[in-house]
Design a protein around this ligand. Structure first.
Ligand code: NAD
Ligand code: MN
Length: 488
């Protein structure tokens, strides 16, 4: 039974007010554990995006409260927002789980990470600086980092609050104003956090939230002539459209974070039980709906047989069910489309000859649940070795040498993350240097932390989120040069 979670906000959030969409349209948000409607939410279209952008532009004007605010005060507001998230974290975790389907403990962890992200950027706000440049010819030159302006942010459904925090933290620290479009599958928590931002004291127009669909509201953001930058997380396919629309309109800056097919290498010298655990969490966390999921597990030949038996046993133990029941480790996939995609790819694995050790079917008869599935003897040419599944499906490959596995690991269009489990420091660093991926985790996985940059090589994206480097994505650099006539 879904918990009775009271929902307070379902309208668009523009200029610090909740408003209906201009054409009055609404769409239903679904609970994926029951396939039932939770509530109707106002649906933004182009005209609403225009309004939100106008509010954000107004808030960004030269003499606005926001632009005149000391950077340290922006930090104080971010710190307050973090505290409000902490205050309401139990409620927010319930709301997130209701809309997304992930276990409440997972939602609570996401919120903790969002709080850490806001705190990190609270401290960053007054440390964003340029430098003095020792110019030739006696000029005095400094650089300034200035907020890029009005930013559009389009986020996915897999980590709704956390992706919001990754986008808002650096944008607000840098002094930008925001029009955020949450995923149409999970719009509820973003609206609640919008209200918290008002309570924290962000001036009207600094933060605007416009729930709606990709082809309408999303496209309006990407094409908008008065948005200076779009930050996007989601599929490669939509990432291409964002880039195309940015190019077609005003050459707005873009940053893209787009999935992966990340390799995790388990070497002969690994402790097998520990490696099984790392690899299990790397793929099954968040039901496999994780952009940096360790979705290709390469295991060295000497320990291969032991590893696949233990990996299958571990997957079999995974507890599926109601996200609101304590101890549940896996809820439903987010919607029917993703559920069907995962089952289609599982079937392709079976028909292309991978060995299905456990799972491989729907779980239960209601809700979009998929059995934790483990395939062994996966070949690089199979569909499951190449396509992002975004589901609870572990694919295990056998390898012999480090040289061979590096080449196979890099043989993909993606390059978001990677991992290696070994006791040999030279093996670990040879791999770390050779792998084409934005993150390398050694003897761990998914260690995503606010202080460290995160992002993709190749078609996994453009730009970096988190850490100091994310500030580059939300600032323009200005060079100021002065001629000094020395007083003799
Ligand atoms: P998606 O890319 O369609 O959705 C992500 C966001 O983009 C949503 O807010 C959506 O409304 C918006 N969007 C969709 N079409 C748009 C358009 N034309 N213009 C602007 N915005 C648009 O992703 P999806 O359909 O939910 O999932 C499909 C696949 O994407 C998944 O199977 C997975 O492989 C990948 N994915 C990756 C991530 C990630 O974290 N990198 C997150 C979600 C999905
Ligand atoms: Mn939903």
């Amino acid at each position: 039974m879904p918990k009775d979670v009271k929902i307070k906000y379902t309208q668009l959030f523009i200029n610090n007010e909740f408003v209906d969409s201009i054409n009055g349209k609404k769409f239903a948000s679904i609970n994926p554990a029951t396939e039932e409607k939770i509530i109707d939410v106002s649906e933004a279209d182009k005209a609403d995006v225009d309004l939100a952008v106008r509010a954000a532009r107004n808030a960004f004007k030269r003499n606005s409260e926001w632009r005149q605010m000391d950077a340290s005060k922006r930090g104080v507001l971010l710190q307050k927002l973090a505290s409000l998230l902490e205050r309401d974290s139990e409620y927010l975790a319930d709301l997130e789980s209701l809309d997304n389907g992930k276990p409440v403990a997972d939602s609570a962890f996401d919120i903790l990470c969002a709080v850490d992200t806001f705190k990190y950027y609270a401290g960053m706000a007054d440390k964003i600086s340029g430098k003095h440049v020792p110019s030739d010819y006696g000029f005095f030159t400094i650089t300034r980092l200035e907020p890029v302006g009005v930013v559009g942010q389009i986020i996915p459904w897999n980590y709704p609050i956390l992706m919001l925090a990754w986008k808002w933290g650096p944008a607000l620290a840098a002094g930008c104003t925001i029009v955020l479009k949450p995923s149409e599958l999970t719009p509820l928590t973003a609206l609640y956090v919008a209200q918290l931002s008002k309570e924290a004291g962000f001036p009207p127009g600094v933060i605007n939230v416009v729930p709606g669909y990709g082809p309408t509201a999303g496209t309006a953001i990407a094409l908008h002539p008065d948005i200076n930058k779009v930050a996007f997380t989601g599929s490669v396919e939509v990432g291409r459209l964002i880039m195309e629309n940015a190019s077609k309109s005003n050459l707005k800056r873009i940053s893209l974070e787009l999935g992966g097919k990340s390799p995790l290498i388990i070497c002969n010298d690994a402790d097998v039980d520990e490696a099984v655990e790392i690899a299990h969490n790397a793929i099954f966390a968040n039901h496999g709906q994780n952009c940096c999921a360790g979705s290709r597990t390469f295991v060295q030949s000497k320990i291969y047989n032991e590893f696949i038996q233990k990996a299958a046993a571990k997957a079999k133990e995974r507890k599926l069910g109601d996200p609101f029941v304590e101890g549940t480790q896996q809820g439903p996939q987010v919607n029917d489309k993703m559920f069907n995609k995962v089952l289609r790819l599982i079937n392709s694995g079976k028909s292309e000859g991978a060995k299905c050790l456990t799972g491989g079917e729907r779980w239960g008869s209601k809700g979009y649940f998929v059995q934790p599935t483990v395939f062994a003897d996966v070949q690089d040419s199979m569909t499951i070795a190449k396509e992002e599944i975004f589901g609870p499906v572990q694919s295990i490959f056998k390898f012999e040498t480090l040289e061979e596995v590096i080449e196979r690991a890099n043989n993909t269009q993606y390059g978001l993350a990677s991992g290696i489990v070994t006791k040999d420091i030279n093996t670990a660093f040879t791999f770390a240097k050779a792998i084409e991926a934005g993150s390398v985790w050694i003897n761990c996985y998914d260690a995503v932390i606010p202080q460290a940059p995160f992002g993709g090589f190749k078609q996994s994206g453009i730009g970096r989120e988190l850490g100091e480097d994310s500030i580059k994505e939300y600032t323009e650099m200005k060079t100021i040069t002065m001629k000094i006539s020395d007083v003799k």
